[in-house]
Design a binder for this molecule. Structure first.
Ligand code: SF4
Ligand code: FES
Length: 362
């Protein structure tokens, strides 16, 4: 069987980050600086990705701008023919740094915002003064002529200000906005009771997005997906396991999704010592949940199997203890009631912040 190449490579350059967001998707055990891949290895990985057929390189983290070699990495990726997208909190980006990245060949920047209200944004990100720094960086990005996407991570403690977040995207000159509901694994699962939106909040947000899409047609594109805990069918997580994206963790570990390290019983291959082509095509980890042949229970033979690919393996494991189960976000899952139960008990106002070397609750 020929396996189509991934369209995107998500390069997690580092797990280091000045922010401490309580919904971070990084693993609970964060990779230390000493374990990060060096410049030459990343550049070799980018060349291999382009040869494999990858078109888009997403430079992510942690905070990728903490890598001093970021301009060199972007230059190498551009030389390999990859479209480069920087996914950043932007709190370390000043005008000189933005200019250097643009001159290196950066194609696009995506900045995450925690809220439209500065004090709430700084509280959620666990970083005083962060919101103001993001505004300065966003202005520099527009001056440099780089296209900007505003990524608004929304949840119970900021959804009321979604209209203001849309206005912020417009004011900053973003052409695209992602209204991204929190996904519940890693730190977010530990903070689920503080983050899950109510049904009323969700309905108001959906109406806000619908109205803004109509009003801002041609001016601002808004991506929006209903969150799993209020849905009857799951999303095709990552577009399906090992179908269109490969993730490389800071240590070089190759993963089919950014949360895969939470799954037990895997021996993930490492791009330090194995080619991307070999990993993508032959590794057991990438083949385990590829396609639909692995499915059991309600997914097996389901007409949606080729549409949502059974949802999210990491969510299935986090909530049921078995990554091979149907994602409980699906109403056909025998575990679907777990989500409604979580919505009923979600009343916690305090966060457990992301910290290296500390598990939630520890
Ligand atoms: Fe998707 Fe499985 Fe639910 Fe069918 S049973 S809709 S394949 S998650
Ligand atoms: Fe791992 Fe969804 S995050 S499969």
């Amino acid at each position: 069987m020929t396996i189509p190449p991934p369209l995107g490579l998500l390069a997690e350059l580092t797990h280091r980050c000045p922010l401490r967001c309580p919904y971070c998707s990084n693993p609970l055990e964060l990779a230390r600086l000493a374990a990060e891949l060096d410049t030459a290895t990343w550049l070799r990985i980018f060349r291999e990705a382009a040869e494999l057929g990858v078109l888009q390189l997403h430079l992510s983290g942690g905070e990728p701008a903490l890598r001093r070699d970021l301009p060199e990495l972007i230059r190498g990726a551009a030389a390999a023919g990859l479209y480069t997208n920087l996914i950043t909190s932007a709190v370390t980006l000043d005008a000189a740094r933005v200019t250097a990245l643009a001159e290196a060949g950066l194609d696009h920047v995506q900045i995450s915002f925690q809220d439209a209200d500065p004090s709430s944004a700084d509280r959620i990100g666990g970083y005083a003064g962060g919101h103001a720094k993001k505004l300065i960086a966003a202005a520099a990005i527009r001056v440099a002529g780089l296209p900007l996407t505003l990524n608004a991570v929304v949840h119970r403690q900021n959804l009321e200000r979604l209209p203001e977040m849309i206005e912020l995207a417009l004011a900053l000159g973003a052409r695209r906005m992602e209204v991204a509901h929190v996904q519940y694994y890693g730190w977010a699962l530990a903070n689920r009771d503080a983050l899950l939106p109510t049904r009323a909040q969700l309905d108001a947000a959906t109406a806000t997005v619908d109205a803004a899409r109509a009003r801002l047609k041609g001016q601002l594109t808004i991506d929006y997906v209903v969150p799993d805990y209020h849905a009857a069918r799951p999303k095709a997580c990552m577009g399906g396991w090992a179908r269109s994206v490969m993730v490389i963790a800071p240590s070089g570990r190759a993963l089919p999704c950014h949360a895969a390290e939470s799954l037990p019983g895997f021996d993930f291959p490492n791009a330090r010592i194995q080619s991307l082509q070999d990993i993508w095509t032959n590794s057991e980890a990438f083949n385990r949940y590829r396609g639909t042949a692995w499915m059991t229970g309600p997914c097996a033979g389901c007409p949606n199997a080729e549409i949502d690919f059974g949802g999210c393996r990491c969510q299935a494991f986090a909530l049921t203890g078995n990554a091979s189960n149907t994602d409980p976000a699906c109403a056909l899952s025998p575990h679907h009631a777990l989500l409604a139960d979580a919505l009923e008990t979600a009343t916690q106002p305090h966060f457990t912040y992301r910290e290296p070397g500390r598990a939630p609750g520890g």
